[in-house]
Design a protein around this ligand. Sequence first.
Ligand code: WQD
Length: 340
Amino acid sequence: MKKTVLVSGGAGFIGSHVTVELTQAGYDVVIADNFSNCDETNYKGVCAILGRELPLIKMDFCDKAAVDALFAKYPIDAVIHFAAFKAVGESVAEPLKYYRNNLLSFINILDAAREKGGCNVLFSSSATVYGQTDQLPVTEESPRQPAESPYGNTKTMCEDILRDSVKAYPGVRGIALRYFNPIGAHPSALIGELPRGVPNNLVPFITQTAIGRRECLSVFGNDYPTPDGTCLRDFIDIVDLAKAHVCAVTRMCENKMKQEYEIFNVGTGKPLSVLELITAFEKVNGVKLNWKYAPRRPGDITAIWADPTRAEKELGWKAQRSTEETLAAAWAWEKKLAGK
Ligand code: WQD
């Protein structure tokens, strides 16, 4: 019997890639999105890659009645929850907007899972829960630290809400995947990242500078205690990351979990500096990037990268794609958007 997976935020950057991988792995996917931070570009790209339309429900997960209607209509075996606000800076300026949206949407999903008598729930968490850490690489047992922003706090809080719900409600099981820095695009160049306005994240800023939409990339800080003075991150390819979701959903649906609530880091295990990433982008794509050093960005952590051992052992998942492949895909996507 085919299993049905509900993907909240399925029209977004990560959700669209996960939808493709799940469908190709044999799952029936129902996409739900309120399009508050994206248009239908990625949904159309998903359908083009798969060669068919997938069910798409325009709805807000803060609306409990709409969530209930969705659970009544589809035989949902698992939910992957991506639908959340994610702009770190905005969350500092508008914390209530973030707490209301990111917590309430997840509570509504868990409530529906409880009322159904059980469901498999995958929460989209983040390495941001580790805060500014000096134990590197981080394992899932590394202590969580106060996040630098309300956005980060919502990730920590949702992890706790999931952990406690799983304990209390029979049949509700959960996995939190802690992503490091997801980058790149689908090799088809039919889906990818579509930041609104000025990008906050490094790779969209790089590709937009390379295509000429931005004049110059600012590298935030060159005086960090790292080999080249710029921050170190664990950049994980978006298709690799999407595949980790297929492994996690399968583990839940096939009753292979060792505990009712599990956590996995999703990263490569290899740190790369901001400068190294820029250099790799220029080299693999044969473009010269206009960039300059700028002051540190408040809230940035010096270095973080994953110990992905648990995901490898338990999920059978490992990052496969090279940084070069990933950066070539990011560039192909940007060129496609620009019609070049
Ligand atoms: C990476 C590095 C910057 C832009 C954030 C969230 C995290 C997750 C992913 C998403 C840093 C530097 C960046 C630029 C730069 N959440 N940089 N110039 O901050 O590691 O993680 O995004 O939804 O929770 O915190 O990612 O891509 O913003 O930055 O020099 O124009 O690139 O200083 O060192 P970050 P990022």
